[in-house]
Design a protein around this ligand. Structure first.
Ligand SMILES: Cc1ncc(COP(=O)(O)O)c(C=O)c1O
Length: 364
């Protein structure tokens, strides 16, 4: 079947920016916008990371290392695996897109939960695969039984977002393991763990141990969240050497630029700093959640750096617009297929205070 240009374009969802586009991040900060719409880190990169970027900048006349050799070695050392099993990309989004392109032909199926990360619909739209969205179960968690039941001979890719964006809910590694046992060996299981460092259910590396047991499992992580490097765009996946080869065959060879490689290779050495960032975020999580409860608002049980707030009968657009008027950017739930919700990232204590005061006043 031939697909016309406009039909193809109509299938592609289109990204909605968290804050007005066309403004540099410094301008956003200077303009006093509380940017709580993109689940970024409110902490700037570690000073040694900034130093590494500065040093790498002097050699910008050269293309980056297409194999990201140092970065992949450091990731492999951190996770006690081989560099040959580490794929890198221009953010973990690029790895997801590359996986869909490499693994899926038209007629293939991609299974994921919904609502979940807004990038997933692109995978089917661009690869021509059929998407199967499995509604979240009670408590806004993945319904792993229902997802496993959807895995058929046509399925090429199953995505589990854990913790889930936008609901922030998390399933422990033991449940992920039981799920993997039920998925046929020909299906690639992409475990998208962009926020895993913030969950307190398990050791954040518990799922890495599952890789030895399930050759079709791929764990995706990112430097965009806890490491505070969203602006550089670098993510990675640990899986089989075959998966890495598939991603490398599809992505642009230089997609991870030299500054991003230098920064991420340095950042991963500072695990003490990662632990501190997590701790400071968790302090804010407890405070924000407590305050929301005090306002009578229900949230899904968060294991991430954001809350998914049920607004009940209150119109979410009105809330988002009223907050925007006060220079507070949050993410509306509706484009993700759910209404009456907003997703709010934890910012600095001051930004969180601004948000909590504003939402309290709006719901009075
Ligand atoms: C679940 C999930 N996966 C992946 C990403 C993207 O990460 P990256 O910046 O590495 O592309 C995000 C970013 O918001 C996310 O929420």
């Amino acid at each position: 079947m031939t697909v016309t240009f406009s039909e193809k374009l109509a299938r592609i969802p289109g990204y909605q920016a968290g804050v007005p586009t066309g403004q540099a991040p410094e301008a956003i900060a200077a303009g006093g916008i509380a940017q709580l719409a993109s689940n970024e880190s409110s902490f700037p990169p570690h000073p040694k990371v900034v130093e590494a970027i500065r040093a790498a900048a002097a050699a910008m006349n050269r293309y980056p290392d297409p194999d990201a050799t140092l970065l992949r070695r450091r990731i492999a050392e951190r996770y006690e695996t081989e560099p040959g099993r580490v794929a890198v990309g221009n953010g973990s989004c690029e790895i997801l897109l590359a996986a869909a392109e490499a693994l899926c032909e038209p007629g293939a199926e991609i299974v994921y939960a919904w609502p979940s990360f807004s990038m997933y619909p692109y995978l089917a739209a661009l690869s021509g695969a059929r998407e199967i969205r499995v509604p979240l179960a009670e408590g806004e968690v993945h319904d792993l039984d229902a997802m496993a039941a959807e895995a058929t001979a046509a399925t090429q890719l199953v995505i589990v977002c854990n913790p889930n964006n936008p609901t922030a809910t998390h399933l422990p590694a033991a449940e992920v393991a039981t799920f993997c046992e039920r998925i046929p060996a020909h299906v690639t299981i992409a475990l998208d763990e962009a926020y895993v460092e913030f969950q307190t259910d398990d050791d954040p590396d518990a799922t890495i141990d599952l890789l030895a047991e399930f050759p079709n499992l791929v764990v995706l992580r990112t430097f965009s969240k806890v490491y505070g490097l969203a602006g550089l765009r670098v993510g990675f996946a640990i899986g089989s050497a075959k998966f890495r080869a598939a991603v490398d065959a599809v992505r642009q060879p230089f997609s991870v630029n030299a500054l991003a490689q230098a920064a991420a290779a340095e950042a991963i050495l500072h695990q003490d700093d990662v632990a501190q960032r997590v701790e400071r975020t968790l302090v804010e999580r407890v405070r924000v959640e407590e305050c929301l409860r005090g306002l009578g608002l229900h949230t899904a049980e968060t294991q991430a750096n954001f809350s998914w707030i049920d607004l009940g009968d209150t119109d979410e657009k009105e809330v988002v617009d009223a907050l925007a008027e006060r220079q507070i950017a949050v993410r509306p739930g509706r484009p993700l297929g759910d209404s009456g919700h907003i997703r709010v990232s934890y910012g600095t204590p001051q930004e969180n205070e601004r948000f909590l005061t504003a939402i309290g006043e709006l719901l009075e």
